[in-house]
Design a protein around this ligand. Structure first.
Ligand SMILES: NC(=O)C1=CN([C@@H]2O[C@H](COP(=O)(O)OP(=O)(O)OC[C@H]3O[C@@H](n4cnc5c(N)ncnc54)[C@H](OP(=O)(O)O)[C@@H]3O)[C@@H](O)[C@H]2O)C=CC1
Ligand SMILES: CC[C@](O)(C(C)=O)C(=O)O
Ligand SMILES: [Mg+2]
Ligand SMILES: [Mg+2]
Length: 354
């Protein structure tokens, strides 16, 4: 039994949520990408009235309809809704918000899955609406898969504006309906969610880990080892190691690997992530906190994403991707016959990247 009294932040579970706050409402889910498809389908399967908001020429329109959901333009969806869930990409949210602003009636809710546009002042909501966040701590495709498996996904809850007095209760009910209170919802602020999320994805989860994998791979290949050996050692086994940490903490990983690996890792790990790396992590965090990263990302989008496009191409063309594609085709668990669900997931992920 977990002693939640020792937690620094309040954590809420299924029993803390009262579904009455969402069950008779209509939720407009704007966007049907990674988070949008998961929230919309989970809400609908939980019995909540959902309408998906997409632009008329949207490539996701057909997918949402095929999944049995009502679809309309963002303005039409928001006009019908009591809760508007802003699940289009962060960079387009300010424009979409301006489109739907007039449809937000007093007492409605503007709901986010990430605090970027509120925290960095790119969206200024009317004072008479609730502004809340339920941010699953997971890619959207797993939010859906976990719901279907009955496992739930951990999430964060924040209230930026409580015009009705019910903002938190409604957010908790929403979290319940998408499966987050099943796993636990941690209460936070828009500032804390935004800054930790951006730092985490840049320095550790997405940027840090992929740079570490590529650096390890390049070190081995440059030293004359085979690309296949380097791939298995630095990328494939990463999942197995992270799974152990996920299930039982770093200790479970040390328990499972050999004493040789444990001693080698304990003595050499800090040589890789040394004081210089920690200083650069501090710099990355400062850039998030003082808005430097946000300004850079907004300007990059306004300029048509020139650096982003170039970086994406270089990443796609890295040698580890080519060897990985060949090797994964040979894995026992990948017999080339993807299930319909896997195919749909892959198609949607690829669609979102393009
Ligand atoms: N990705 C994730 O797992 C996580 C995301 N978040 C947050 O969730 C939010 C949504 O992110 P994510 O799910 O990645 O978004 P996606 O990039 O997956 O969203 C794509 C969807 O948005 C639609 N869309 C794009 N541009 C517009 C537009 N101008 N007008 C209307 N619809 C548009 C697309 O439709 P179309 O076919 O028209 O392009 C598509 O349906 C963000 O705030 C993000 O930070 C939070 C936690 C994790
Ligand atoms: C780690 C990346 C993420 O923050 C996430 C899936 O939580 C995102 O913005 O996609
Ligand atoms: Mg995140
Ligand atoms: Mg993020």
């Amino acid at each position: 039994m977990t002693d939640t009294d020792t937690f620094e932040s309040p954590v809420y579970y299924d029993d803390d949520a009262n579904r009455d706050y969402i069950d008779d409402k209509t939720v407009a889910v704007l966007g049907y990408g990674s988070q949008g498809h998961a929230h919309a389908q989970n809400l609908a399967d939980s019995g909540v009235d959902v309408i998906v908001g997409l632009r008329e020429d949207s490539s996701s329109w057909g997918a949402a309809e095929d999944d049995g959901l009502r679809v309309a333009t963002p303005v039409e969806a928001a006009a019908e809704a009591d809760v508007v869930s802003m699940l289009v990409p962060d960079t387009v949210q300010p424009d979409v918000f301006e489109d739907v602003r007039e449809e937000l009636d007093a007492g409605d809710t503007l709901q986010f899955a990430h605090g970027f546009n509120i925290h960095y002042n790119q969206i200024q909501p009317p004072e008479d609406v609730d502004v809340t966040m339920i941010a699953p701590k997971s890619p959207g495709h797993l939010v859906r898969r976990n719901y279907e498996n009955g496992e739930g996904t951990p999430g964060l809850l924040a209230v930026y504006q409580d015009a009705t007095g019910d903002a938190k209760a409604e957010a908790l009910a929403y979290a319940h309906a998408i499966g987050c209170t099943d796993a636990g919802v941690v209460e936070t602020s828009f500032r804390e969610e935004t800054e930790t999320d951006l730092f985490g994805e840049q320095a550790v989860l997405c940027g840090g880990i992929s740079a570490l994998v590529k650096a390890g791979y390049e070190t081995l290949v440059d030293a004359g080892y085979s690309r296949e050996m380097a791939y298995f050692e630095c990328l494939n086994e990463m999942k197995l190691i992270v799974d152990l940490m996920y299930e039982g903490g770093i200790g479970a990983m040390w328990d499972s690997v050999s004493d040789t690996a444990e001693y080698g890792g304990l003595t050499r790990g800090d040589d890789v992530v040394d004081d210089a790396v920690r200083e650069r992590m501090d710099e990355i965090l400062e850039g998030v906190q003082d808005g430097t990263f946000a300004r850079e990302w907004i300007a990059e989008n306004q300029a048509g994403r020139p650096s982003y496009t170039q970086l994406r191409t270089a990443e796609k063309n890295h040698d580890i991707e080519a060897v990985g594609e060949d090797l994964r085709g040979l894995f026992a668990w990948d017999d080339g016959t993807e299930s319909e669900e896997q195919e749909a997931e892959e198609a949607s992920r690829v669609g979102m990247r393009e």
